[in-house]
Design a protein around this ligand. Structure first.
Ligand code: COA
Length: 328
């Protein structure tokens, strides 16, 4: 643990990067499969809100080993993890543990979450267990470990509990942006198309707001949604499209609803993209064709103009702009 970097050992649903990024809003700098000897995985910790179901936990056991994912996170992200895992009110405690990346021999000191709260009568929900298994598969944990996870008995989640989790997830992701309580998250094209159309292609057929690459499986549509009401206030789409032979995302369809423009929504969306884009390599380089009126908005966020002004038919004058993540 140096330079504000903390190794975090995850063994439950946070092993799945979509959960870590989406639900917790944390983008790890690196992730490696690893083993924690002297501890045992148990699936009997009551959930953070009482649902009659349980989640993963680790408890000391000299005869056992837990497999999981070792993430490199910033001190700020670690603080956010502690907050959202309920360390402040005793849902989990933190422990410093010695973890060995799979295939390596040297241990790394990491932090993890553990809890004395156990109830052997509880079972995890099938939905939760699927997230744990998906995370184990994503990081290539050995098949025997995945088979052991699959063998854990799970129960069905009631519709009410599912709705409750959705509300908790939304609360975890809600941020204040210049006085608006918003959730910045992945969106479907259907959710953002009306805003794109209204702000970027007004008066033209809705199809004109549909872009090549919108349906590419690697494309990330991001939206800023009003918390609780779900109204879309801002949107942007990141389409995998190389820039001069380097893997990059092309930013398209960036727009803020006109009545809330210039209140920080576009800026918040651009900043959150770093956490929400799943491909960190590609996400380190972005380019776009920016309308001349929006050039200073992008410049404020570290983008630079790399082309002379050019005309896009029916849309107006543009510049090509590029953003590259600064070396950390
Ligand atoms: C450009 C746009 C996406 C910015 O989003 P936003 O939510 O308004 O941006 P923020 O409030 O986070 O930041 C605004 C800052 O960006 C800069 N900016 C420069 N030109 C701007 C413009 N035309 N509109 C808004 N902000 C602009 C200013 O510095 C502004 O700060 P200020 O209001 O204190 O002067 C949004 O205004 C929009 O949808 N415009 C119409 C569609 C468009 O041009 N999209 C970009 C296509 S390339």
């Amino acid at each position: 643990m140096s330079d504000g970097i903390i190794w975090y050992f995850a063994y439950g649903s946070n092993m799945q990067s979509a959960t870590l990024r989406g639900r917790r809003g944390v983008a790890p700098r690196s992730a490696v499969p690893a083993g924690l000897a002297g501890w045992r995985l148990v699936l009997d910790k009551p959930t953070i809100i009482a649902t009659g179901q349980s989640v993963a936990n680790v408890v000391p056991d000299a005869t056992a080993e837990v497999l999981g994912v070792l993430y490199e996170v910033t001190a700020e992200d670690w603080a956010h993890l502690e907050l959202t895992e309920g360390v402040g009110f005793g849902n989990y405690q933190t422990a410093d543990v010695s973890v060995v990346p799979l295939g390596a021999s040297e241990a790394i000191v990491a932090r993890t979450f553990t809890s004395p709260r156990r109830d052997p009568a509880l079972r995890p929900s099938r939905r939760y267990l699927e997230l744990v298994i998906a995370g184990a598969e994503e990081h290539g944990l050995p098949p025997e470990w995945i088979a052991a996870l699959r063998a854990i008995p799970a129960g069905e989640e009631s519709t009410e509990t599912e709705q409750l989790w959705r509300a908790v997830d939304e609360a975890l992701q809600t941020r204040m942006v210049a006085g608006h309580a918003v959730v910045i998250r992945h969106a479907t094209i259907e959710e953002i198309l009306p805003l794109r159309h209204r702000e970027l292609r007004p008066g033209r057929p809705i199809e004109s707001a549909h872009f090549d690459g919108d349906d590419d499986p690697g494309t990330c549509h991001l939206g800023v949604f009003q918390a609780a009401y779900g109204e879309v206030l801002g949107c942007a789409s990141f389409i995998p499209e190389d820039w001069q032979g380097e893997p990059a995302y092309r930013l398209r369809g960036m727009a803020t609803r006109a009545d809330v423009a210039r209140s920080g929504i576009g800026s918040a969306l651009v900043r959150r993209a770093d956490v929400l884009l799943p491909d960190r390599l590609r996400g380190g380089l972005r380019w776009c064709h920016a309308r001349v009126e929006a050039v200073s908005f992008y410049e404020r966020h570290g983008w630079r103009v790399v082309s002379p002004r050019f005309e896009m038919p029916d849309v107006g004058p543009h510049h090509t702009m590029v953003w590259r993540r600064s070396v950390e």
